[in-house]
Design a protein. Structure first.
Length: 156
C-alpha cells in the first residue's frame, strides 16, 4: 500500500484514506465480544471490592442517628430544666406550647418538630429520676426492640 497525502493505493485502485489511516471499507461498528466481556469482568471485580465494605453500614447509620436524636432530645430536656427548675415527667411535656401553671420562664415548645421516633420506628424511652447516675435516662431499645446490649442510651 502506497500513501500519498489523503489518497492511497489499495489492491491496485486509488481510494480515500480516513483520518485513522484505514480505508472506508474497514470501518468498525460496535464492540467485539471480547471487549464487552473485559468490561464486564472489570465492573464485577470493582463491585466485589466495594460491596462488602458497604454491607452493614445501614445498621451503623441507624445507631448513629439514634445517638444524635438522644443528644437533641437531651438538650431539649436540659433547656426545660433550666427554665422550670425540674425535668419533665414525660417527653410529651417538651411539646407544650403554653406554660404550666406557675411557670414564668417558659420558652416552650422545646421540641418544635415533635418527638422523633427511633430509626426502627419505636418511641424513645425516658425515665426521671435516673437509675444510671444521670439526671435522667433516655434510650432506644435498638434494632431488636428489647432491652439488652444493643440499646442506644445516654448513659454509655
Amino acid at each position: 500500500m502506497k500513501r500519498s497525502g489523503r489518497w492511497s493505493v489499495v489492491g491496485g485502485q486509488w481510494s480515500v484514506v480516513r483520518r485513522g489511516g484505514s480505508p472506508p471499507t474497514a470501518h468498525r461498528r460496535g464492540f467485539t465480544l471480547i471487549e464487552l466481556m473485559l468490561v464486564i469482568v472489570i465492573i464485577a471485580t470493582l463491585a466485589a471490592m466495594v460491596v462488602p465494605r458497604l454491607v452493614g453500614r445501614t445498621e451503623q447509620a441507624k445507631i448513629a442517628r439514634a445517638s444524635g436524636d438522644i443528644a437533641s432530645i437531651g438538650l431539649a430536656l436540659d433547656l426545660y430544666e433550666l427554665d422550670t427548675g425540674q425535668y419533665p415527667s414525660g417527653l410529651e411535656e417538651l411539646l407544650r406550647r403554653e406554660a404550666p401553671e406557675g411557670q414564668t420562664r417558659w420558652n416552650g415548645p422545646y421540641l418544635k418538630k415533635g418527638l422523633p421516633s427511633d430509626p426502627w420506628g419505636r418511641d424513645y424511652k425516658y425515665k426521671y429520676p435516673s437509675e444510671h447516675t444521670q439526671d435522667y435516662d433516655l434510650w432506644s431499645l435498638g434494632p431488636d426492640g428489647q432491652a439488652g446490649n444493643d440499646d442506644v442510651t445516654n448513659w454509655d
